[in-house]
Write a protein that binds this ligand. Structure first.
Ligand code: 13P
Ligand code: SF4
Length: 306
């Protein structure tokens, strides 16, 4: 890694009065130059609160869009415009509008991993860090449609006992986590605590001791009696974990779960992004205002211990 490149980024950052936000799935060297590394919920809060004029979002498209919805007066940059999220693309505003016409009484909760136009048609947004608390806070007796992640949705049903209709979306990266490989690791390291993200499929969840958002995983580690952890989510978080807890051991399955879109962001692209002020992510006002309402309702709900 080039020290000159890092210095260039820091210099441009000062010049542009920018803040660099990075998701925990980002490549290690990108996490290392960020002002703040966190999960979707923490990054949304940072984006809403920052005094910086420019936000360089090292993550995927829907995260940069969320930052722009919350901070419309700031310039939000995504260093690679092709860094999308296949799960977010599994629902469109047209499809959701059709479903809403068929079920006009339904409350719509959308995972932040969704396009801005879908958020605009939603009553509430949530992240994996506050989905349970958010659904628990909804009036009882109203039908709920949860989009687009069926696995996070099922986790919320299991935790809250609330009946929800689930959209059939999923994360291809988390689908690649093979339960058999977890069984092998558990047999080799019986003392290890298994943590998985709620986007994982049910057989992975059934083998896990803890089902947590990425932010909650980082909070759990110092509280756990375990010294070893089998981590079932995107592998970028192992960098964050090693850095924050150097005395613990972290492992993931051998076919490392890697999100190709998260890995599109590189140090070179961050430097170029600040230099050329590209790619600016904006949301039209007629979508931004209703999407903001759904996000504001989410930000009012604190995750337990959050
Ligand atoms: P978090 O909500 O835990 O940040 O996860 C976001 C994401 O994209 C998971 O795949
Ligand atoms: Fe989307 Fe999955 Fe990548 Fe998260 S890990 S950004 S849900 S594809």
């Amino acid at each position: 890694m080039s020290q000159a490149l890092i210095e260039k980024i820091l210099d441009l950052k000062r010049k542009r009065r920018a803040v660099i936000l990075a998701h925990t799935y980002q490549p290690g060297e990108v996490q290392d130059i960020a002002d703040f590394v966190g999960d979707s919920l923490q990054l949304s809060r940072q984006a809403a609160a920052t005094a910086a004029e420019v936000i360089v979002f090292c993550g995927v498209w829907f995260m940069a869009e969320t930052a722009s919805i919350l901070s419309p007066s700031k310039t939000v940059l995504l260093p690679d415009k092709h860094a999308g999220c296949p799960m977010a693309d599994m629902i469109t505003a047209e499809q959701l509008a059709k479903k809403k016409r068929q079920h006009p009484d339904t409350l719509v909760v959308s995972y932040v991993n969704s396009p801005a136009a879908v958020k605009a048609l939603s009553d509430y947004c949530c992240t994996s860090g506050n989905a349970v608390e958010l659904v628990e806070s909804l009036p009882k007796g109203r039908p709920i449609l949860f989009v687009p992640d069926r696995y996070l949705g099922q986790f919320v049903i299991d935790k809250t006992g609330r009946d929800m209709v689930l959209w059939p979306g999923y994360c291809p990266t988390h689908m690649r986590i093979d339960p058999h490989q977890i069984e092998l690791l558990k047999a080799e390291y019986p003392d290890a605590e298994v943590m998985c993200h709620p986007e994982c499929a049910e057989p992975v969840k059934a083998l896990s001791h803890q089902i947590l958002s990425t932010g909650a995983m980082l909070k759990r580690i110092p509280q756990s009696p375990a010294r070893r952890f089998i981590v079932c989510t995107e592998e970028g978080i192992l960098h964050t974990m090693h850095k924050q807890f150097p005395d613990r051991e972290f492992m993931t399955i051998s076919q490392r779960p890697l999100c190709p879109n998260m890995k599109k962001i590189t140090l070179e692209k961050v430097a170029w992004s600040l230099e050329d002020m590209q790619f600016v992510v904006t949301v039209p006002e007629d979508i931004r205002i209703p999407a903001r309402r759904a996000l504001d309702r989410m930000l009012e709900v604190m995750p337990k211990g959050g």
